[in-house]
Design a protein around this ligand. Structure first.
Ligand code: MOS
Length: 751
């Protein structure tokens, strides 16, 4: 089946030049499909050894024996790194000086805190020898009973969840709102443990040269990785050179440097040779972060007109026994629907698990499938169409804060998506539609929302006397096409055609581009690029307008525009000067400037900033077998300015597929006896394959946001997951009349 593709973008929004808004293909696309792109694990420095992890098969206890002799006697094995001989670290890997630190298991002692925790590293001349050496270690343990799942372990309430929000928040009187409601629902939903499965597992090639360190490793946050490694090894960050030109996906798992990557560096130090360590797929199910399971209870009240009177959203999740990452699942209820009373709360239990971490819309993905299902249940309880119900309860301001939205084209998303999908033909009651083969057909929808975040980034812009330009920032391309979008922003910022401009990114030696996370990278690094370009153009304008020999003499900075390698007088475009001539007359070979990208605190305190969307799903369910097929997904999204519609479409499609995966496929089955994931591989950890993916449509709705940042970018990486999961779940209910509240929905739930 060929997915139908449809994208719209108003060309009038291309006010900053001719590159932003173009559907360019990825700059590195040909290299990737021809095998020319060199990923971290493709590097083989001379003298390199291979390292393989041995991991714990218990979830709690200690390692009592490792047959190091047997492993070392295997031909090709060079050394075995254990807590006994590991190189000393300058910093405790369990220390945490800021919330963006991830406590690491790097052989600090014999304790086992979760299944698949690294317990030794075997280093050998070949991958095969290292793998065999790891098997020969034959670990023995003193095991304690593992605490597994949402009902085990000690409970705690974190001081803050997500990006510094309080764990409990309320506005209005929820109990009073529920008491006066004419219709009420109370429902509890469960979302499963999910593990990271980027195509490229975590990998590192590490080489020491004295106290300098050269690293190839995929990273979503180069400067943070550099800082963490510097601290652990007691060297200055300038001594650490990290190359991360290509990533085979990140999705949050490569946002913070993980234990296995540090172990690769330690192994290289131990043996005094370069070392490569690539995680086996099943070793991803422990030390690199994952999505925590949740149990969410929603109570929703509505009055006789279908208006919400109260939303109470309580979320329970898990964290590890030794760290405190917290999936902020209830926070989406702050934003989604207008209600005079809203209360959200979070708690977690500490269980014997690797610490959960960011995974594609952390909080919003888990937190939207539950309320989107609950809103569907509430609409049905008062006999209303779920779209009409959502529009009736449309939030004109952010419900929890009362702040106006910086922009919100969600009404257009609802209208355009519904029209494209044919929603008006949907029967209200479930189990009304069948296809020609007798399958039950169901239509469901969900609202998508994700905050428009910005962190910190820096860029350096150069214009050279030959008229060419350079833009540098250590930005991260996880496969989403970031470099292409950034080059488009850079070309417009420098007033150059793309061909006249060089764009450098992907190493820690470049200016800090912040983190490719929270769907914030394009906005943050994009603004750094935009500002660096503007600063270098301002310098050129100063030179030209102050030089009597320039046609721009006396025009003043504000009176010039940059385009095609020239500055033009704004009031008289027949008068212009080329960058080359401006620099040549000044006797300069180049001119440079830096720029920062960061959120504007004043705008942030005045406005609620979110991207929005509406997703419509069709499913078909075999009434005898319970088999569920998603046959159509239509999404309409408003996320501010679209830098590159082709790449945005691909991000949104990826998100929509992930949402469908959330509703129907993905789940790590945790063994209650051992605390181990029972399906740590693609063979049994289900994700949608092409045959599962239906016709997809992503409509981008025009949205001009004057407040989020000067470019009007909101971010598109994660929002696609958020509406889609609920839409699919609601479509399954509409097909069958069965409301499944434990995800993923399975065949056995429907027969
Ligand atoms: Mo994403 S979970 O912010 O990489």
């Amino acid at each position: 089946m060929t997915p139908e593709i449809s994208l719209t973008q108003d060309p009038s929004h291309r006010r900053h030049g001719s590159n932003i808004g173009q559907p360019l293909t990825r700059r590195e696309g040909v290299l990737k499909v021809t095998g020319g792109a060199r990923y971290a694990a493709d590097n083989h420095p001379p003298g390199m050894l291979h390292a393989v992890l041995a991991v714990s098969s218990i979830a709690r206890g200690r390692v009592t024996f490792l047959d190091v002799q047997a492993a070392k006697s295997h031909p090709g094995v060079v050394d075995v790194m254990t807590p006994a001989n590991k190189p000393a670290l300058a910093e405790d890997p369990d220390a945490k000086t800021n919330p963006f630190m991830f406590r690491l298991d790097v052989l600090q002692n014999d304790q086992v805190r979760y299944a698949n925790q690294p317990i030794a590293v075997v280093i050998a001349e070949t991958l095969e020898a290292a793998t065999e050496g790891a098997a020969l270690l034959s670990a023995r343990y003193q095991a304690q009973p593992a605490r597994v799942g949402l009902d085990a372990g000690e409970s705690f309430v974190p001081p803050a969840v997500g990006v510094g929000k309080p764990a409990e928040l309320r506005r209005g009187d929820v109990e009073a709102g529920l008491a006066t409601a004419s219709s009420r629902i109370e429902a509890t939903y469960e979302t499963p443990t999910q593990y990271h499965n980027p195509i490229e597992p975590h990998a590192i090639v590490a080489a020491w040269n004295g106290d300098a360190l050269s690293i190839d490793t995929p990273s979503q946050g180069l400067a943070m990785a550099q800082g963490r490694i510097a601290g652990l090894f007691g060297i200055s960050p300038e001594k650490i050179h990290i190359r991360s030109p290509y990533l085979g996906g990140g999705f949050g798992s490569k946002g913070l440097i993980s234990g296995p990557q540090i172990l690769g560096i330690m192994a290289a130090r131990l043996v005094g040779r370069p070392v490569k360590l690539v995680l086996r797929r099943e070793h991803m199910y422990g030390p690199v972060g994952h999505r925590a399971p949740t149990r969410q209870t929603l109570r929703i009240g509505t009055d006789g007109n279908g208006l919400l009177t109260a939303i109470d959203h309580r979320a329970k999740t898990v964290s590890s026994t030794f760290d405190d990452f917290f999936e902020p699942a209830a926070d989406v209820s702050h934003t989604l629907y207008a209600s005079p009373a809203i209360a959200t709360s979070h708690e977690a239990v500490r269980i014997d698990t690797g610490t959960p971490l960011f995974m594609r819309a952390p909080g919003e993905a888990t937190g939207s499938i539950a309320p989107e299902s609950a809103i569907d249940e509430a609409a049905w309880a008062c006999g209303m169409d779920p779209l009409a119900f959502r529009i009736e309860n449309y939030a004109e301001v952010e419900p929890i804060s009362g702040k106006p939205f910086s922009s919100k084209a969600l009404r257009d998303c609802y209208a355009r998506g519904a029209e494209r999908f044919g929603w008006s033909r949907r029967p209200l009651a479930p189990r009304q539609l069948r296809d020609e083969t007798g399958c039950l057909v169901g239509w469901g929808m969900g609202t998508a929302t994700f905050p428009a975040l910005m962190f910190q980034a820096e860029a350096r812009a150069v214009v050279r006397s030959d008229g060419s330009g350079l833009m540098e920032t250590g930005a991260h391309d996880m496969g989403q096409g970031a470099w292409t979008a950034f080059a488009q922003i850079a070309a417009d910022a420098l007033g150059l055609d793309l061909e006249q401009m060089e764009f450098k990114a992907g190493t820690s030696d470049l200016p800090d581009a912040g983190i490719a996370g929270g769907s914030s990278h394009t906005a943050t690094a994009g603004m750094a690029i935009h500002n660096a370009g503007a600063a270098v153009i301002a310098k050129l304008a100063d030179l030209a307008t102050g030089d009597q020999r320039s046609p721009l003499f006396g025009a003043g900075n504000a009176g010039v525009v940059a385009r095609g390698g020239r500055l033009f007088r704004r009031d008289d475009e027949t008068r212009s000067d080329s960058y080359a001539d401006i620099l040549g007359r000044a006797g300069l070979t180049q001119i440079e400037a830096r720029g920062n990208g960061a959120a504007d605190p004043a705008a942030q305190s005045s406005y609620a900033m979110h991207a929005h969307g509406a997703v419509f799903a069709e499913v078909k369910v075999d009434p005898d077998l319970g088999q569920i097929r998603v046959t159509r997904l239509v999404g309409a999204f408003a996320a501010g300015r679209v830098i590159n519609p082709r790449l945005v479409q691909s991000q949104i499609f990826g998100g929509m597929i992930w949402g469908m995966s959330f509703a129907l496929h993905e789940e790590a089955i945790m063994d209650r006896r051992s605390g181990r994931p029972l399906n740590p591989n693609f063979s049994e950890y289900h994700v949608p394959v092409n045959a599962d993916v239906p016709s997809l449509e992503a409509l981008m709705i025009d949205e001009h946001d004057p407040h989020v940042n000067a470019l009007g970018i909101k971010g598109v990486g994660e929002i696609g997951v958020t509406g889609s999961a609920g839409a699919v779940a609601n479509a399954v209910w509409h097909a069958t009349g069965i409301r499944v509240r434990r995800f993923p929905i399975k065949i056995e739930d429907l027969v």
